[in-house]
Design a protein around this ligand. Structure first.
Ligand code: NAP
Length: 259
């Protein structure tokens, strides 16, 4: 008989003790789960957010309760000056060795009905955000000869979605960005990978009606929508010191929905 495994089968070893991580868009959803997983593994965490100050503070408190230092830092990842300040704040904890580019916005609508401003916001947040944040932390990673960068893409960046052309283009761009940068910095001991989740239950997915979410769950071989922790688990693997031979890859926690 099938015995369900507990959600967290064991307490993870503190394999990231002493490391400093930035997680962008960590006030809610997937970023929040990633920040908590990194803290649980012993990393000090910079919890970036754009507007949700109270939520970001709560994530910091949860990290601190796990025995690590944490900071909430407001910054729009598409703004060069704010990203510079974010990196400076992070350096008060030490050299950043883990960067998770997770901040994101969704946009739905037919291409012919997509305003230029929406296109720009989506590309700027996902793609320019990753560009600016990588540029801000890479010099420190290269100097120390070690770094782990994970860029959150999406299954739509792999296969494309009608009605989400801007989002799909941004997420596909994130994958190409990941592959190219991985080649550029591999010899410096820095790995760069992408995680491309399927549908995950967060505020972002709440634009879908319950019946639409049920339809996705039914289409998904494991029979459910993803949890933020499913994505955090994949990120934790990629940022582990032992993952030094994994770079330029796309890992897609999607329950078998897209293969
Ligand atoms: P979410 O619940 O809507 O949270 C988005 C997060 O990004 C929030 O913390 C938000 O900050 C932050 N953010 C948005 N724009 C920002 C900016 N310009 N600068 C800094 N932070 C910004 O979304 P989610 O579902 O957790 O998504 C996280 C990532 O996973 C995104 O890249 C998304 O595209 C990707 N993804 C999600 C799904 C899914 O089904 N949920 C599937 C595949 C990929 P505030 O709270 O301050 O607004």
């Amino acid at each position: 008989m099938h015995t369900p495994l507990p959600h967290h089968p064991s307490t993870p070893a503190r394999t990231l003790s002493g490391q400093v991580a930035i997680v962008t868009g960590a006030s809610r959803g997937i970023g929040r789960a990633i920040a908590l997983a990194l803290a649980e593994a012993g990393a000090q965490v910079v919890v970036n957010y754009r507007r949700s100050r109270a939520e970001a503070r709560q994530v910091v408190e949860r990290c601190e309760a796990l025995g690590v230092r944490a900071l909430a830092v407001a910054a729009d990842v598409s703004n060069p000056g704010e990203v510079k300040a974010l990196a400076q704040a992070a350096r008060t904890l030490g050299t950043v060795s883990i960067l998770v580019n997770n901040a994101g916005v969704a946009a739905t609508g037919l291409l012919l009905e997509t305003p230029l401003d929406t296109w720009r916001e989506v590309i700027d947040t996902h793609l320019t955000g990753a560009f600016l944040c990588c540029r801000a932390v890479l010099p420190g990673m290269i100097r120390q000869g070690y770094g782990r960068i994970v860029n959150i893409s999406s299954v739509w960046g792999m296969v494309g979605a009608a009605n989400e052309v801007a989002y799909s283009a941004a997420k596909g761009g994130v994958i190409a960005f990941t592959k190219a940068l991985a080649k550029e910095v591999a010899r410096a001991g820095v790995t760069v990978n992408a995680v491309a989740p399927g549908a995950v239950a967060t505020d972002m997915l709440s634009s879908l009606q319950p019946d639409e979410q049920e339809a996705i769950a039914a289409e998904t071989p494991v029979g459910r929508i993803g949890r933020p922790e499913d994505v955090a688990h994949a990120v934790l693997y990629l940022v582990s010191p032992g993952s030094s031979f994994v770079t330029g890859q796309v890992l897609s926690p999607n329950g078998g929905w897209v293969t």
